[in-house]
Design a protein around this ligand. Structure first.
Ligand code: NAD
Length: 505
């Protein structure tokens, strides 16, 4: 891996440019914590604008040959990458767990869902087929082709340090672009592991570069004239700012933001199934998922038994270091984030909600890492801070409503629109919900409806800025632009001067 040991024995996570690790010269760096112990485990270089320029220049150089590389050769490299990621699932998952904190089985799930995107991109020769209309006019054919954009950048969040980059770069490079990744500074090491695998798969130098860093690196990517498109995933305020800056600079942008995902539980729902789903979707990955369920909307008489069933399950969640077998929930990413998440429990009480389970009382909080036990807030209402903000931690809120219509209104009035789910046995109600709800991804008795790689991922409202969703067919569309060719070949028998506007004959 592209890390170097410092004199103090703490490794430094560096950049990857031109097919090899590159030590930073910026003199700036950040800390990579071990969330399970609360100790510093590495430093991460923060790129200067000059270092970003160097990576972009390298990617721009590589683009000329890469876009001319035959589709079958690109596909072959992706197939090899697929095999390498598959063979290294465990190693990648361990890296994720050590820097993010999620449990090893959860990290294995992240790798599997990322791998799907590489598998999808292996089919690029088929995905890039254009259309052809023979005889659009006499002797005239019209066809459409899709061409790559050039250097494209990906800026990714801490919560899926392997999967989200795979959402982006697999399609981007398959389409013939070169890619500069700016990973989250909180868990940066896996980006270099992936860069190394790509090189072993046969990817030419410069097609995939990594610049580590913070806002300085991001700002330079957003203004660099050779960066043609930006894919971003992260919190809503940053997504909005990135969308505005990058579009102002003439770039194509897809910026996926934060979420507040509601799960509507109708009185006829299978209660056990709904309670299992709420627990899995609220507390998996310690709630640090953009598709986590953070609000249960309980309709009518289902509320009390549902809350009892949820509490019963909460008491059994095993929280502890993600590397230890049997643990189901790990720590949060940093101490600062853990404290911020916990502060919503006090805010909830102050705003008139009822803290039914306070995770700060969980014995796991006595450990040195950034732990917080699973928490539950009842009687939550719009206007309360715990409802309005994305908490991004193991805190589940319950809103009690009297009817489907009231629940739907709550969901549709929320400024986020990433995912939502309905739990019911009534097919008609489920179909109505699918029709009515303002969200980009909908689950019917499925709490985390992350689309498979051959569909596309994206929310509505404050959860996405831009037109196209990420990965799948819309990913291919995002990373290419179309060109329509109208062609005719010399035929002495039909050629004549005609100054009229071309029309079909
Ligand atoms: P974040 O917005 O803090 O950071 C995301 C990326 O942007 C990182 O690479 C970071 O270095 C960079 N960044 C941060 N602040 C910046 C600034 N002011 N200017 C320029 N760049 C900046 O997000 P995070 O904390 O890493 O991730 C969690 C957030 O991501 C949550 O809000 C979550 O909902 C969201 N998320 C959304 C999706 C989705 O698909 N919609 C998926 C995963 C995560």
């Amino acid at each position: 891996m592209a890390t170097a040991d410092t004199a103090a024995g703490v490794r430094t996570v560096n950049h990857w440019i031109g097919g090899r690790p590159v030590e930073s010269t910026s003199g700036r760096s950040g800390v990579v914590w071990d969330p399970a112990t609360g100790e510093v485990q590495a430093h991460v270089a923060f790129a200067s604008a000059d270092e970003v320029d160097r990576a972009v220049a390298d990617s721009a150089r590589a683009f000329t040959d890469w876009r001319a590389t035959p589709l079958s050769r690109r596909s072959e490299i992706l197939f090899r990458l697929r095999e390498l990621v598959d063979a290294n699932r465990r190693r990648i998952a361990e890296l994720l767990t050590s820097e993010h904190g999620k449990t090893l089985p959860d990290a294995m799930g992240e790798v599997a869902r990322g791998l799907e995107n590489i598998e999808f991109a292996c089919g690029i020769p088929n995905l890039l087929k254009g259309g052809f209309s023979e005889q659009a006019s006499r002797g005239v054919d019209v066809y459409q082709i899709r061409q790559p954009l050039g250097v494209v950048a990906g800026i990714t969040p801490f919560n899926f340090p392997a999967m989200v980059p795979m959402w982006m770069f697999a399609n981007a490079i398959a389409c013939g672009n070169t890619f500069v990744l700016k990973p989250s500074e909180k868990d940066p090491s896996v980006s270099l592991f992936i860069a190394d695998l790509l090189q072993r798969a046969g990817l030419p130098d410069g097609v995939f570069n990594v610049v580590q860093g913070d806002r300085i690196a991001v700002d330079r990517l957003l203004e660099h004239p050779d960066v043609k498109a930006v894919s971003f995933v992260g919190s809503t305020p940053v997504a909005k700012a990135i969308y505005e800056t990058a579009t102002r600079n003439g770039k194509r942008v897809q910026a996926l933001g934060g979420a507040k995902n509601h799960m509507l539980v109708l009185p006829d729902a299978d209660l056990e199934m709904a309670a299992d789903a709420a627990i899995s979707a609220a507390y998996g990955s310690a709630g640090e998922r953009c598709m986590a369920i953070s609000v249960v909307v309980a309709v009518g008489k289902v509320a009390d038994p549902l809350i009892d069933a949820i509490r019963e399950r909460m008491a059994k969640i095993r929280t502890g270091p993600g590397m230890d077998e049997g643990n189901e929930m790990g720590p949060l990413i940093t101490r600062e984030h853990r404290d911020k998440v916990a502060s919503y429990l006090d805010a909830a009480a102050a705003d008139g909600a009822r803290v039914a389970v306070d995770g700060r009382n969980d014995p796991v909080c006595n450990r040195p890492g950034f732990f917080l036990g699973a928490s539950l807030i009842d009687d939550v209402k719009p206007g309360m801070r715990c409802y309005e903000d994305e908490i991004f931690g193991p805190v589940l809120s319950v809103c009690r409503v009297d009817s489907y219509d009231e629940g739907l209104r709550l969901i549709n009035e929320n400024p986020f629109g990433n995912g939502t789910a309905i739990f019911t046995r009534d097919g008609g109600a489920a179909r109505q919900f699918q029709f009515d709800c303002d969200a980009g991804m909908v689950g019917i008795n499925v709490p985390i409806p992350v689309p498979v790689a051959y569909y596309s991922f994206g929310g509505w409202k404050g959860s996405l800025f831009g037109d196209l969703h990420m990965y799948g067919p819309e990913g291919v569309q995002f990373y290419t632009r179309s060109k329509v060719v109208t062609s005719r070949w010399p035929d002495p028998g039909t050629s004549k001067v005609d100054l009229g506007f071309p029309q079909n004959r």
